[in-house]
Design a protein around this ligand. Structure first.
Ligand SMILES: [Zn+2]
Length: 116
């Protein structure tokens, strides 16, 4: 014997019904209420829709934000590596200029380099 399902609103037994929901009598009541109070029904429907959008949209937005954060962190690491590479090149150039000057030869580059 199939399990009897009850209407969640009035508790009426719903024999032979395989979906959970309101009984036809309650559905008709809700429909009439919607016709009597269209503003309130619209407000309730809009609120439910907004909540649904928030429930679905929030995890999707969190995923996008997390992915962008990871890209930003990777780019920060790459830019620090590039900056260190350029600092090393400048130090090498400064060292070679000092050596050239100590040997009495005119250095081709006379700019003051990074002092760090
Ligand atoms: Zn009912």
């Amino acid at each position: 014997m199939p399990e009897a399902i009850q209407c969640p609103r009035c508790g009426a037994q719903l024999p032979g019904q395989d979906w959970e929901g309101l009984c036809p009598k309650c559905l008709l009541r809700v429909w009439r209420w919607r016709r009597r109070k269209p503003v309130l029904a619209g407000l309730a429907g809009s609120t439910a829709l907004l909540l649904l959008v928030l429930v679905i949209g929030s995890p999707i937005a969190a995923l996008h934000i997390n992915r962008e954060r990871q890209h930003a962190e990777q780019n920060a690491v790459k830019s620090q590596q590039a900056a260190q590479f350029l600092r090393d090149i400048l130090k090498d150039m400064e060292r070679s200029v000092r050596i050239e000057r100590s040997m009495g030869r005119p250095a081709l580059v006379s700019t003051t380099f990074d002092k760090r």
